[in-house]
Design a protein around this ligand. Structure first.
Ligand SMILES: Nc1ncnc2c1ncn2[C@@H]1O[C@H](COP(=O)(O)OP(=O)(O)OP(=O)(O)O)[C@@H](O)[C@H]1O
Length: 268
């Protein structure tokens, strides 16, 4: 198969903060590509610079050095082709707007005509299994349901890339499993490219087609691992596969190496 041109390209990205007691080198040098239609997970030890990386690649923070391009265009401000889903669903939805209006808001801002907006919103909300809750308010929903609304809003916007920053860290284990399956389904049904950041090793292996493992700060990519599990995944059979155990053990060992400061950068 011919190599696909990258959709997102991160080249020798570096970020040094000016801290109170001197410079803090958060991201050392990160280079990777995400190709159209891929589902890539990023995993790394706590404090390794995942949020810094995401802020830089979504144009919210200016890197100290290096470059990010989306579809060939340099990212310097938040790109229209990117949608973000964060951990704090409670803060990302407007409590005074219904589910329908929360999901419609970015489409309205984009100038989508009312009839089309209505259809797109209803389809996206149905896709996340909340068709019955269109006219309820976020505060009437559970945490997991609110995160579904945030995903519906991102999906309705029809981004070229969906970037998710530890989106399920604040929900219970059962809800988390359901939401993981939702992400896989949305990814497959809609063909959207997904970059998913998590500190959960099992989650990265279960979800990803590739897992990028980050070193401790100052961060680099220590391994770009292809997840060769069958495409059809489910919580019981996939997680019970010997290959799943091998992969998660490998990622775990690499993260331990990263914590000991023994990681080396992947050549590119
Ligand atoms: N504004 C800032 N000023 C100074 N240092 C910062 C700033 N923001 C982050 N850092 C430092 O940069 C490093 C990376 O932080 P970052 O929040 O990106 O890591 P993370 O992997 O997202 O963390 P976690 O896994 O705990 O969410 C840390 O050492 C942190 O203390």
């Amino acid at each position: 198969m011919a190599e696909r041109t990258p959709l997102l390209s991160v080249r020798e990205l570096k970020k040094t903060y000016q801290g109170a007691s001197g410079p803090v080198e958060a991201v050392g040098s990160i280079t990777f590509d995400v190709r159209p239609g891929e589902l890539v997970c990023i995993v790394g030890p706590s404090g390794c610079g995942k949020t810094t990386l995401l802020k830089c690649l979504s144009g919210l923070l200016t890197p100290t050095a290096g470059a990010v391009t989306l579809d060939g265009a340099p990212v310097t401000t938040p790109p229209k082709k990117m949608a973000l889903v964060f951990q704090e669903y409670g803060r990302s939805l407007y409590p005074w707007l219904t589910v329908r209006d929360n999901v419609a808001l970015p489409l309205k801002a984009r100038g989508m005509p009312k009839a089309e907006r209505r259809a797109v919103v209803e389809q996206a909300v149905a896709e996340v299994g909340l068709g019955h809750a269109l006219d309820t308010y976020p505060w009437q929903l559970s945490g997991g349901m609110q995160q579904r609304v945030a995903i519906a809003r991102a999906v309705a916007y029809q981004p070229e890339i969906l970037v998710m920053d530890e989106p399920f860290a604040a929900v219970d284990a059962q809800t988390r499993a359901d939401l993981e399956d939702l992400v896989r389904r949305v990814w497959r049904d809609l063909g959207v490219t997904v970059l998913f950041v998590t500190h959960d090793i099992d989650e990265s292996v279960y979800l990803g087609e590739r897992v990028l493992m980050l070193s401790s700060s100052p961060t680099f990519v220590q391994e770009d691992l292809a997840i060769d599990l069958p495409d059809e995944r489910d919580q019981l059979t996939t997680r019970a596969m010997p290959r799943f155990t091998e992969l998660r053990t490998h990622v775990y060992e690499q993260i331990q190496r990263a914590k000991r400061g023994a990681a080396t950068p992947v050549p590119h």
